[in-house]
Design a protein around this ligand. Sequence first.
Ligand code: NDP
Length: 316
Amino acid sequence: MENSSQQTEIEQVKCLIIGSGPAGYTAGIYASRANLSPVLYEGMQTGGQLTTTNEVENFPGYPEGVSGTDMMEDIRNQALKFGTDIREGNVTSVELTGETKTIVIDNKKTIEAQVVIIATGASARYLGLESERKFRGMGVSACAVCDGFFYRKQQVAVIGGGDTAVGDALYLAGIASKVYLVVRKNYLRASKVLQERVAATPNIEILFEHVTQEVLGDDSGVTGLRLLKQGKDEVVVPVTGMFLAIGHKPNTDIFKGQINLDENGYIITEGKGSQTNLQGVFACGDVQDPTYRQAITAAASGCKAALDAERYLQTI
Ligand code: NDP
């Protein structure tokens, strides 16, 4: 019961932003400039997914490219400069259906907000293999930029054929002795420019039409991958690291049953705006965008959500 005073503490805010990627921080910039006094909770991964990417080369305004971490620091500082109250903490439950929205932080602090902007993004997907779970953190990773360093001069595999997988393979090729890019189809989904770079990188080998069956390993961690080639032949590749790059899952579990989600769990927003099915609740960034998923589109939707929130507040 020693936490009872904390548990009963309720803070009232006008505008609460949940999430700290380009969408959340941009919503913070616009909401603070509109005098909405936004409070922003950063969630588990401060700065969002971009902090796990290497170089961002396609965000306008950075002609020389910029690291994902530096760019998020820049946008965060811009939100702080205009008065966004940025806090550490994770939203653990919500009640968003009424006029006043109730949000619980880290199972202890309660916030009542007039508007809520959801920018919780998406998280890396895993294959779902038992052996993959067993070796998570012991050779299995979903963040090449975070963990690649540990595989200097070793052999690693990247799973996936999209921009993330190819970008990760290129990044790891600069550290590891050899990178296997394991692609389930017979073509890459990644953009042409990245495909050309992979083709020009001698220590990347693409294994088309290979599906991961099992992560092999022992007490020291991962020792290899057992793959099925073209649905019939088994192949073992000797690697000490396996990097997942097979897409993402929207972070919407805490909103289930309140906010309308599509069949893949993404928040459904109305028309060109950020309005969810609930009055006063807006969504922006990857949590509502299964299509574009770029830093620039996330930032733009954060702007829209703040403008939508501002207009909504004028009506109540
Ligand atoms: P994508 O959804 O584009 O690609 C996922 C890849 O993983 C596909 O090759 C897919 O195969 C494969 N895959 C999915 N599930 C499995 C599975 N169970 N087993 C094996 N392979 C699997 O995701 P990304 O994260 O690569 O990209 C997401 C978005 O972000 C895209 O719009 C991309 O353009 C963008 N992006 C842009 C970057 C940039 O511009 N610099 C950098 C990174 C991402 P299949 O093709 O068979 O479905």
